[in-house]
Design a protein around this ligand. Structure first.
Ligand code: G
Ligand code: G
Ligand code: MN
Ligand code: NA
Length: 254
């Protein structure tokens, strides 16, 4: 079988897993959010990166099925964690541009929330800047519907693509995630410090929260706190983990 053929049966065969990575409030060190990250384990024990198979799924026309599955899984996991004592935990789910095409995203999200009994403000949807450039009217309409449910919108991978400020404003996002390529060397070498400083300051004046991704060093976290960045995510705290592992770690650490 080709990888494309196996990808098409992967949902029915229950082959996907969702891992979760903690997002920490930088000043308090508290866990606030977990980001859902899709994994496709292979029988030989290897992993194919979503960076590779998500574009394949988009080409194969199955990204909506996968996206729906991830949405339901992530909401159920977050609701379970909240019931187990992490009552303010929120979950972030990545979206592909194509998930906006058929107009069904708001009802899919509504169903996932109802099924899991998760409040809408516990869900954050991560979209990339490239999504915002696509079919503006259609996407804005659906983001408005999602916002009126109470769902939060985050702009992912900020600083890499087209940084169009007017779109940021228009789409009612609450959160800006600074791409890890701008963050990782910040502590050790000051690489990209002027750019990250400007992004955080701009986000503040637009009343947006900031999340720095890819924090691997204590020195990076310290600089980001000084710059007023809201939250952080990265290997310094934890890599993405399977739900049971994360749940066990949280219960012993937080
Ligand atoms: O977890 P990792 O760093 O390997 O993820 C690589 C890329 O795959 C990231 O850009 C991430 O946003 C994307 N990705 C991970 N899970 C999902 C998902 O459920 N849906 C979509 N559309 N993208 C995902
Ligand atoms: O595009 P998106 O931001 O959704 O991608 C998240 C990806 O970043 C995941 O694949 C995750 O594994 C990866 N990631 C998360 N934290 C770190 C980190 O500290 N260092 C590196 N190199 N990758 C990270
Ligand atoms: Mn993301
Ligand atoms: Na990113």
């Amino acid at each position: 079988f080709t990888i494309m053929q196996r990808l098409k049966t992967a949902i029915a065969e229950d082959e996907f897993e969702v891992y979760y990575q903690p997002v920490i409030h930088l000043e308090t060190g508290k866990l606030e959010v977990v980001e859902a990250l899709l994994r496709w384990p292979q029988q030989d024990g290897s992993l194919i990166s979503p960076e590779y198979f998500i574009p394949l799924a988009e080409t194969a026309g199955i990204i909506n099925d996968i996206g729906l599955w991830v949405m339901n899984e992530a909401c159920l996991f977050c609701a379970k964690m909240r019931a187990e004592g992490f009552e303010h935990l929120r979950v972030a789910v990545n979206l592909s541009t194509l998930q906006f095409q058929d107009g069904k995203l708001p009802s899919i999200v509504e169903f996932a929330l109802a099924q899991s009994d998760l409040p809408a403000n516990a869900l954050e949807l991560e979209i990339t800047e490239s999504v915002l450039m696509d079919d503006v009217a259609n996407i804005q309409h659906q983001l408005d519907a999602l916002a009126s449910l109470g769902v939060n919108i985050a702009i992912d991978d900020f600083g890499t693509g087209y940084s169009n400020l007017s779109y940021l404003h228009k789409f009612n996002a609450q959160t800006l995630k600074i791409d890890r390529s701008l963050v990782t060397q910040l502590g050790p070498t000051n690489e990209n410090l002027p750019l990250v400083t400007a992004i955080i300051s701009m986000a503040k004046s637009l009343h947006l929260n900031t999340v720095a991704e890819g924090i691997e060093h204590e020195s990076t976290a310290a600089k980001l706190i000084n710059l007023g960045c809201t939250r952080g995510q990265g290997f310094l705290w934890s890599k993405p983990l399977p739900p049971d592992t994360l749940s066990q770690q949280l219960k012993s650490h937080y």
